[in-house]
Design a protein around this ligand. Structure first.
Ligand code: EPU
Length: 420
């Protein structure tokens, strides 16, 4: 097992490039199994453990896969297995997209219940509600979700909560249903739109992704296509926050600035300068930033997935900041780690009250989940002295080459084996 060792205090400067979006890629790769003809060539795939996990799962289902540098070619014409029950399936969240994809194409599937970050209860009732509305029988037994339908028939589905996972999963199944499916109160995240665009490139007929209502006209079959995944909004947001927290000037390339508006707006409110220039964004910060209040919300609101990195920045901002985490009930576990570094934070339920301190001090801390890991890396970068971030397998699930990217910006950070 590895850890990251960081000597804090360096300002960040220079350029880095953002990779393809994790949360789009982890839906697009399983969606590729819906092609009954041809192959899917997918570019701008991030080199992260969650994607590698899915590639192994697809191979276990009988797909032929060629993995390139930031690309994958998937031939799913020879799938011979609709039971996804390997350790990889249990380990990650997005394996639940196999349910919608297999149900759509084969009208049946059996998929182990998904794992993922320990950030609170992660129900799948809205996924099940959608599959049942389309005509599937759904059963959960021995830790496995089994779905089966004689036919899938389009219908109207109104989600009780705005959920990225259920929106995508039910959209996958509806793509190959008979007739029209209308999904209401859906998630509008950029990755929802990206998955819809990918399915349309395969021959689906989906309109409205990115709005509150998605209309899917079922088609008989999908075929292979070439597609490029959108840049990662959350990876970009993380580096923007790191740039502001460390001070200096960083240009983040290969981004869609529109997807970053809520993060840019907060950084400007905090006192940083943010400049958009085509497909890049520059963050500049000098002097001490000031505290703000944040409430996480579905897109286009402030994303829960950068709440933890932002909370690190706020530990050294001037004055009091209040963070309200409205999406996940346990996404403040990293606060105990920040406290080891001298942060002054009080957690009450889903709220963190942060009183800014002058500086953090290096310590041995752990990544309690993926984005908490990024938060601890940023804490190490701004702290005085040396920080060791343990349990970085969480970080490797979602951030490609994090230490190389920070090193390129002037940070003193290195990956070492825990046995060293
Ligand atoms: N919810 C339900 N019922 C459901 C599904 C969700 O009540 O059937 C609730 C959840 O409990 C939560 C809210 O709805 O309170 C939103 O959950 P959502 O379904 O949107 O989350 P998800 O699809 O499981 C994805 C991302 C998360 C990200 C959330 C919110 C993937 C693989 N994961 O999770 O990303 O936090 O959307 O944007 O796409 C991360 O990347 O670090 C991460 C955790």
């Amino acid at each position: 097992m590895d850890k990251l060792v960081i000597n804090g205090g360096n300002p960040l400067s220079g350029c880095i490039e953002i990779n393809g979006a994790k949360n789009a890629a982890v839906a697009i790769v399983p969606a590729a199994i819906m092609a009954s003809k041809g192959t899917c060539t997918i570019d701008n795939i991030p080199d992260i453990e969650d994607v590698h996990c899915l590639e192994r799962i697809l191979e276990s289902l009988g797909c032929n896969i060629i993995i390139g540098k930031n690309s994958v070619v998937i031939d799913s014409t020879s799938i011979n297995n609709v039971n996804a029950n390997t350790e990889d399936v249990r380990k990650m969240r997005a394996s639940y997209y196999l349910i919608g994809a297999l149900l759509g194409r084969f009208k049946k599937a059996s998929v182990e219940l998904p794992g993922g970050c320990p950030i609170g209860v992660r129900p799948i009732d809205q996924h099940i509600k959608g599959f049942e509305a389309l005509g599937a029988r759904v059963e959960i037994k021995h830790g496995c979700v089994t779905v089966e339908a004689d036919r899938l028939i389009g219908t109207n589905i109104f989600f009780d909560v705005v959920t990225v996972g259920a929106t995508i999963n039910v959209m996958l199944a509806a793509t190959l249903a008979e007739g029209v499916t209308t999904l209401e109160n859906v998630a509008k995240e950029p990755h929802v739109v990206d998955v819809a665009n990918f399915l349309n490139s395969m021959g689906a007929n989906i309109k409205g992704a990115g709005t509150d209502i998605i209309r899917v006209v079922g088609v008989k079959e999908l075929k292979g296509c070439s597609y490029s995944v959108i840049p990662d909004q959350i990876e970009a947001g993380t580096y923007m926050i790191a740039a502001a927290a460390c001070g200096g000037e960083v240009t983040i390339e290969n981004v869609i600035p529109k997807h970053l508006e809520s993060i840019s707006a907060k950084l400007i409110e905090i006192g940083a300068e943010v400049t958009e220039n085509g497909d890049s964004i520059t963050v500049k910060a000098t002097g001490r930033l000031k505290g703000v209040n944040i409430k996480t919300q579905p897109y286009p609101g402030f994303p829960t997935d950068v709440q933890q990195p932002m909370s690190t920045l706020l530990t050294v901002a001037k004055g009091r900041s209040i963070i309200n985490e409205s999406i996940w009930e346990s996404r403040l576990k990293h606060v105990d780690e920040l406290k080891k570094m001298g942060a002054n934070v009080k957690v009450e339920g889903r709220t963190a009250i942060i009183d800014g301190v002058d500086k953090l001090s290096g310590a041995v801390v752990k990544a309690t989940d993926l984005r908490a890991g990024a938060a601890m890396v940023i804490a190490g970068l701004i702290a005085e002295g040396s920080t060791e971030v343990l349990s970085i397998e969480h970080i490797d699930r979602g951030y490609p080459n994090i230490e190389d990217k920070f090193k390129a910006l002037g940070a003193d950070i290195r990956r070492v084996s825990c046995s060293e």
